[in-house]
Design a protein around this ligand. Structure first.
Ligand SMILES: [Zn+2]
Length: 93
């Protein structure tokens, strides 16, 4: 993994740490991700098609920080979902 990839992952973690910055619709695999640099700017991520509407993705056609953040959130939500089924008596909050 090169330094740019590492930075992108770090940015993705930062995005996820901000409440409400990633809004994921699990059923459609579509996420709306807030821009880190431009307040109010939103990007549309499709986890099924592995696309994002930001300039970084348009230029490289490789996963950008928004796509990575949406993927992480999807993984996290799936984990919570299965945990509740497997261990229903546990409090996960
Ligand atoms: Zn993006």
């Amino acid at each position: 993994m090169d330094i740019q990839e590492q930075l992108r992952l770090e940015r993705a973690h930062e995005i996820l740490a901000k409440p409400g910055a990633v809004r994921l619709d699990a059923a459609s695999g579509i996420a709306v991700v807030e821009s880190q640099t431009t307040p109010g700017q939103l990007y549309l991520v499709s986890l099924r098609q592995m696309t994002c509407t930001c300039a970084d993705f348009e230029r490289r056609h490789l996963p950008c920080k928004h796509l990575l953040a949406a993927q992480m959130m999807q993984r996290e939500e799936r984990g919570r979902y299965y945990s509740r089924i497997l261990w229903p008596d546990t409090s996960w909050d």
